[in-house]
Design a protein around this ligand. Structure first.
Ligand code: ADP
Length: 829
């Protein structure tokens, strides 16, 4: 099926043309050779025929010539033999005459006068020649006995027996010369009387008949016995023209061939003919060759063209099959006669299912009227579309398509050729674009300010509804206006330069009055952005009404002015206040100084008597001054305990107030932590062990530069707490060094601290509720002070972990600034 009339260049296969040319040449040469052979055969046949014809003609003319000569010869003999009849009649009449001899002479002389070429007239008596005429030259014949002479005997007998005229074969006469003897027996009274004889001179007769004039033909004559007596006997072997010459008795045969043979006369004609036929045959062969070759080339061309067409057809068929666009051929009454896969796909069918369907089966009803109108139009204009409609798929779904087509003619019948495209995706995309468009339109229109787009020629391309509303111009008016038309004269130069800036740099903004159609103006803040739309450089701009901002700004300016006076007033007030504060501060500082002075003096005034109380009550209690009553001992112990408690409370209070007043002195010194830990352990060991608690110590040598006394105070504090709040189990004191920090931890198996109390332990004067609270003395200042010391004096940290009923571990970490090379040397437990 040829679907297109488009040009298709036959794809040239390399080598094919070469092979074609070669085979074509070979075909041509073969044909030429064949024709030449044919021509040669034709020539030969024609020559043979012509040769035959010429020979026939030659024989004809030879036969005619021979005929005339033969006739003359026959006539010559017959005429002379007729003389014998006269002689016979004369003799018969004169047999009894005595002067027969004289009479014969007269009579014979008369005959001889009319026939000189008769050699001899003779009469025999019985068989012997008695009378002859002329005697001269024939003397030797006289008295010849015919019955006796061997040459004549037979003839004589034959003549006698036949009683008619006999004619001898020619023979050499006794008297010389070639002659034929005619003889007739004469009877007198029933008795043989003698013979009447005459001898005809053959050379004369032959000459008379013209046989001697052999200009064209070689002739020869033979007698009835086959003896050639004239001419060349060999002629008989040369397929001569023969003539049978009837004689008064018997016959002769005359034969003739052209001089030089049969070929001689026709040789020239034949040569001309041969040349002619050869030339003609050559021409004919050439013409036939030309015709054949032309035919062949035409045939080849047709074959090649057919192959090319086939190829084009295949090519087109492939295109048709593989085309992503649906293609269909429909008869004029609407039956699908050929469709491709793409077309069938659109209909949700296979090609086989689609073929034979009617166009109306795949056209939804709603399109029928419209389709009929299109068909009518198609009939007149020859083509339809492109237009869009829907097809009915096999599953009943409608599929949007775009189609166009034309009427084509194939094998004298008309068809509708359609190309159909499934535009479902496009429709979706269009809908999507529409939605997007509507969305962006809505977006632009809902923007608070004016939005506009214009090109470099200052022609407005788009704007939002707000733009029309604010300016009061109708769309067609805006189309005629330019951006600068919306500003007053004095702003135009600025606007122009900013617009320029947008086109050059890409963005700009400006504040200016935006003038509406009615002349009213409002302050606007415009921002412009350069953008490319459809290959055109444009400016997209947004203008925001800043009337409110302006007003606010003005109000703000007014407010600012107001504020300044108020600030001045306030400053005044503040200055007064700060003077008051400074005075108060001074007072406070004085109070603080007084407090410090109080504490300093208290530290001495209180501790000195307390130390005396503690010292003396210890001495008394140790019974160094004499034995004591148990009750005295008990009471004194209470005094000692209370004195110690008071001392520690005073110490703590002094330390706290010193720290808080920033008056605590830091006395850094270099020492071995090992010794410090050892000292603390030794100090509390008796008491701890006295409570029945295990007390393992893990110690290391580590040089430290720190306030030794304060660190010892902190460690003692932790140990004393552990001891206070542990009833049974152990207290572990351990030292560790991680390269930067020295870590001293005190772990006990005491009552522990609950999670909610954890944050309270470092607060001053806080003692937690516990079963031991009543029995254990404390101030609630220990951990508060320890924390302050570790952090503010030693520059370290204090942390703890604890679980109620299981125990607590408090850890002090302080930085190691000296003896960083120191390492743990010994562990003591
Ligand atoms: P106190 O002089 O009462 O010991 P601290 O400031 O030293 O005051 O401790 C505050 C409170 O924290 C204590 O009253 C006690 O309830 C709790 N506490 C301190 N150390 C321990 C510990 N090792 N085990 C359990 N409770 C402790």
């Amino acid at each position: 099926m040829d679907l297109t009339s488009g040009q298709h260049t036959d794809p040239e296969i390399p080598g094919r043309r070469g092979r074609t040319v070669y085979s074509s040449l070979r075909q041509s040469l073969t044909a030429l050779l064949f024709l030449l052979v044919l021509a040669v055969i034709g020539c030969l046949v024609a020559n043979r025929i012509y040769e035959g014809y010429l020979a026939g003609k030659e024989r004809g003319s030879a036969a005619i010539l021979l005929g005339t000569k033969g006739y003359a010869l026959s006539a010559g003999i017959t005429r002379r033999v007729a003389l014998l009849e006269g002689l016979y009649a004369f003799t018969e009449a004169n047999t009894s005459e005595s002067d027969f001899g004289r009479r014969f002479d007269v009579y014979a002389a008369g005959l001889h006068a009319g026939a000189k070429d008769v050699r001899l007239f003779a009469i025999t008596r019985e068989g012997v020649i008695r009378y002859l005429y002329p005697v001269k030259g024939n003397e030797r014949a006289m008295e010849l006995d015919l019955f006796l002479a061997p040459l004549t005997r037979e003839d004589a007998l034959r003549t006698l027996n036949s009683r008619g005229t006999t004619l001898s074969n020619p023979y050499e006469l006794r008297q010389g010369g070639l002659g034929v003897v005619a003889r007739k027996a004469v009877f007198a009274k029933g008795e043989f009387w003698g013979f009447a004889t005459l001898v005809i001179d053959i050379p004369s007769v032959l000459a008379e008949a013209g046989l001697d004039r052999q200009d064209r033909l070689d002739m020869t004559v033979r007698d009835r016995a086959g003896k050639v007596f004239y001419g060349d006997a060999g002629i008989f072997a040369k397929s001569p023209v023969m003539l049978h010459i009837g004689l008064p008795e018997g016959y002769w045969e005359l034969a003739a061939v052209p001089k030089g043979g049969w070929e001689a006369p026709v040789r020239r004609d034949l040569l001309i003919f041969r040349l002619g036929t050869f030339f003609t045959a050559s021409c004919l062969a050439f013409i036939v060759f030309q015709i054949y070759d032309r035919q062949r080339r035409l045939r080849n061309a047709v074959q090649e063209r057919t192959a090319a067409l086939k190829e084009i057809e295949n090519y087109n068929r492939t295109l048709f099959e593989l085309s992503p666009i649906g293609l269909a051929l429909c008869s004029m009454d609407g039956v699908l006669v050929d469709v491709n896969t793409a077309y069938a796909d659109i209909l949700g069918r296979t090609v086989a299912e689609t073929l034979g369907l009617s166009y109306w089966e795949i056209t939804p009803e709603k399109y029928e009227d419209q389709e009929r109108m299109r068909l009518e139009r198609l009939e007149t204009v020859g083509f339809y579309g492109p237009y869009e409609k829907e097809y009915c798929r096999r599953d009943g779904r409608l599929v949007p398509v775009r189609l166009h087509g034309r009427i084509i003619e194939r094998n004298k019948a008309r068809f509708i050729w359609s190309s159909v495209e499934d535009i479902t995706d496009r429709k979706h995309a269009e809908a999507e674009i529409k939605r997007e468009h509507a969305f962006s339109e809505a977006l632009i229109d809902s923007l608070p300010g004016v939005v506009y787009l214009y090109d470099q020629e200052m022609n407005f391309l788009r704007w939002n509804k707000n733009f029309e509303r604010v300016t009061g111009y109708a769309p067609e008016e805006i189309l005629r206006l330019q951006p600068l038309d919306f500003f007053v004269e004095k702003d135009k130069a600025l606007l122009q330069s900013r617009i320029q800036e947008v086109f050059v740099k890409g963005a700009s903004n400006v504040e200016a009055g935006f003038v509406a159609k009615d002349g009213s103006s409002a302050p606007y803040f415009f921002t412009g952005l350069r953008t490319e739309i459809d290959g055109k450089t444009c400016l997209i701009g947004i203008g925001i009404d800043i009337s409110d901002r302006k007003r606010l700004e003005e109000e703000l300016t007014a407010l600012n002015l107001n504020l300044e006076t108020r600030v001045a007033e306030r400053t005044q007030e503040l200055n007064e206040k700060s003077a008051q504060l400074a005075a108060a501060n001074e007072k406070l500082k004085e109070v603080d100084r007084l407090k410090s002075m109080f504490i300093a003096s208290m530290s001495h005034e209180l501790r000195t008597p307390l130390n005396s109380v503690i010292g003396y009550s210890s001495i008394i209690l140790n019974e160094w001054l004499g034995p004591l009553q148990p009750t005295q001992k008990e009471n004194l112990a209470i005094v000692l305990r209370a004195g110690k408690h008071l001392l520690s409370l005073i110490n703590d209070v002094i330390d706290v107030s010193k720290i808080e007043a920033g008056q605590i002195e830091v006395h850094n010194e270099e020492f071995d932590l090992f010794d410090l830990v050892q000292e603390a352990a030794q100090q509390l060991e008796p008491e701890i062990r006295g409570k029945g608690l295990a007390f393992p110590v893990t110690n290391i040598h580590l040089q430290l530069l720190a306030d030794r006394r304060r660190l010892l105070q902190a460690v003692l504090n932790l140990l004393s707490n552990a001891m206070k709040y542990t009833v049974e189990g152990s207290i572990q004191l351990a030292v560790n060094f991680d390269g930067t920090w020295a870590e001293i931890s005190v772990a006990d198996s005491g009552i522990g601290i609950s999670e909610q109390d954890a944050k309270l332990v470092f607060q001053p004067f806080r003692r937690l509720d516990s079963s031991l609270r009543g029995t254990v003395s404390g101030t609630g200042l220990g951990l508060y002070l320890t924390n302050k010391l570790v952090r503010e004096v030693l520059g370290g940290t204090i942390t703890f972990v604890s679980a109620v009923g299981q125990g607590s571990t408090f850890t002090i970490r302080i930085p190691v600034t000296v003896g960083a090379d120191a390492e743990a040397k010994e562990r003591v437990s």
